[in-house]
Each structure stands twice: as C-alpha cells, then as structure tokens.
Design a protein around this ligand. Structure first.
Ligand code: FE2
Ligand code: FE2
Length: 193
C-alpha cells in the first residue's frame, strides 16, 4: 500500500534494539524535521491555502510526536543527543534537479515528503511488530497510523496541484531511486539508516 519497492530487512530491528537512546534521539529529530518541513512549505508556498491549513495542523502534530519521543527518552533516564545528519534524506533529495518553476519545486518537495513518510511508516511497522519492549512497540504502532495518513496527504497534494500523469511518473521514478538507496541501508540504529 505504501508503494515501496524494497522492504527493510527485519534484522534492522535487532540492531536498533541494542541502542534505544540512539534510535530515540534520531527519531526525535525526524519528527522535528517533519515539523520544520511543514512550516517551511507554508513560508515558501503561502498561496496554496489548502496546503497551508494542512501544514499548520501537521507542524503541531509532528511536534506532538517529538514531545512523545522526548518523554520516552526521559522515562528511560536518557537524554536527547545532538542532531545528526540523515544520509538517507540527503541522498534522496538529490533526485530531482534543482531550480525549475515554483510549482515544480513544490511538487518535488511534496513527493520527497510523501516518500519519507512512507519509509518511516514501514520502519515503525517493523518496530511495532518486532521490538521486545512492548510499551515502545505499542507506541510505534500508533505512530505508524499517523505517518501512513501523512504519506497519503502529501501524495494527494502533489496530484492535486500538479499534472496527474506527470506526478505519477515522477513518483514511480522516485520510488525506484529510493529502492537503490535502500540497498545499502538497514544496517544502523537510525530511523532511516
Ligand atoms: Fe510524525
Ligand atoms: Fe509524519
């Protein structure tokens, strides 16, 4: 349903489980970046009123997720670490050429966001099904549902504002590119690593 072309090796969860502080810190910043992206889309494309309304709600929701992840760090006697680079996202965002019209840059950003939500959703599902820590597993199950909705929302906005056929083609091409990136990943205790 997420359209992803390469599933994550479930053994990734075994790596993650060994370093809960690391995965929670990395995850917290994923939520912060999702909120920042929502705010940034409002600033760069204010004339898309429906998008602005949705991004306002999304920024709040993602910061709510940030708070929940941070609370779980504190509950475990851990501290949020420093932000780290998300190599997956950095690589992914090289796919579409820079520049172009404001509309095409909007479409590209919406597609990147849809894909990052889809992959996060897949990773949350793996965590929810395989983590020994049942409280954390349950937490990831609830977040998985939110991220699936965000994936659909971003993809729908791209289809609504862009040419449907062109957007669908770009989406398929991006999915293929993402699968190539994923071949080297699934080996570290980060949300997209
Ligand atoms: Fe989130
Ligand atoms: Fe999200």
């Amino acid at each position: 349903m997420l359209g992803l072309k390469l599933p994550t090796d479930p053994r990734w969860v075994n790596i993650v489980e060994k370093n809960i502080e690391e995965i929670l810190t990395d995850h917290a910043y994923c939520e912060q970046k999702a909120a920042s992206t929502a705010i940034s889309l409002i600033v760069t494309h204010p004339e898309y009123s429906e998008l602005v309304t949705a991004m306002t709600a999304l920024a709040r929701e993602e910061m709510g997720h940030f708070r929940m992840v941070h609370d779980r760090l504190l509950q475990r006697g851990l501290t949020l670490g420093r932000d780290r680079k998300d190599e997956y996202v950095i690589k992914l965002m090289t796919f579409f050429p820079k520049g172009g019209s404001r509309l095409s840059s909007l479409i590209h950003r919406l597609l990147y966001a849809a894909l990052i939500e889809a992959r996060s959703c897949e990773r949350f599902r793996l965590l929810s099904e395989n983590l020994e820590d049942r409280e954390l597993a349950e937490f990831y199950r609830s977040l998985m549902v939110s991220e699936a909705n965000h994936y659909t929302m971003f993809l729908n906005f791209a289809r609504q504002y862009g040419d449907r056929k062109e957007v669908d083609q770009k989406w398929q091409d991006l999915l293929k590119f993402e699968a190539e990136i994923m071949k080297d990943l699934g080996k570290s205790e980060t949300m997209h690593g």
